[in-house]
Design a protein around this ligand. Structure first.
Ligand code: ADP
Ligand code: YYY
Length: 206
């Protein structure tokens, strides 16, 4: 079984996927962390994120490992845990440029398609491009203001600045962020986290 949960930035994908996966007793996979790790390593090496080839060869020298823990995925580069650095603003600002390169998307997709089902996969194009065969597909949305308020509760940043950055990232990610035609779209705005998880579990179990 593969369940896909796609959606816009900060719509609740990873929290919801973690809850759904735990209830089903299967792992969840956070595809965005691979794009974030590629961005972090590119920034650290002072590479131009607008160019795919140097970044890709850099990544091929530093193989990454995604650890799909139920409480939150982690990304390792050898013995180094990159996870704590993946949600900093510099990575947020650079990640859409990295995710726009078809070569980088192929690099991420190859790692995801190697994973043995069952799992819940979350991101932007899990239901459309990476796992079109998935048995249950969902797409999360919420207004930019609500998403910014939720993020502001996690980070010491101004809610207006977070909202502006989210809107900009949504626009840059639009190409790969369309819902699959067979995905169920859920507006998480008026719902609690538990209600979103329950709604999805109902859909998965039919
Ligand atoms: N109804 C809800 N649905 C989803 N997430 C919610 C909801 N209410 C609050 N949140 C919170 O929103 C925050 C952003 O969610 P996250 O899972 O990080 O989103 P994403 O993976 O899409 O970036 C988390 O702190 C989450 O707990
Ligand atoms: N399947 C995916 C997952 C993420 N991305 C890109 C788009 C996003 O800006 C970044 C980071 O995604 P992530 O889901 O980790 O973060 P947000 O929920 O957007 O805060 O990666 C993508 O293009 N395709």
């Amino acid at each position: 079984m593969i369940v896909t949960i796609d959606g816009v930035a900060a719509s609740g994908k990873s929290s919801v996927s973690s809850g759904v996966a735990r209830a089903l007793g299967i792992p969840y996979v956070s595809s965005g962390l691979l794009y974030r790790a590629a961005t972090l390593l590119g920034l650290e090496a002072r590479l131009d994120l607008g160019e795919a080839a140097p970044l890709l060869s850099h990544l091929q020298m530093l193989p990454l490992r995604l650890e799909p823990l139920p409480e939150g995925n982690r990304i390792w580069q050898g013995e180094r845990d990159l996870t704590p650095q993946l949600h900093q603003s510099a990575v947020d600002a650079g990640v859409s440029a990295v995710a726009a390169h078809p070569e980088l998307r192929a690099w991420v997709d190859e790692q995801l398609r190697r994973l043995p089902p069952p799992f819940v996969a979350e991101g932007r194009d899990m239901g459309t491009n990476v796992f079109p065969q998935a048995g249950a597909k969902f797409y999360l949305t919420a207004s930019p203001r609500i998403r910014a308020e939720r993020r502001a509760a996690e980070r010491p940043e101004d809610v207006d600045a977070i909202e502006a950055a989210l809107v900009e990232r949504d626009a840059r990610d639009r190409v790969q962020s369309a819902p699959a035609p067979d995905a169920r779209v859920i507006d998480t705005g008026p719902l609690s986290l538990e209600e979103v998880i329950a709604e999805i579990l109902k859909g998965v179990k039919g």
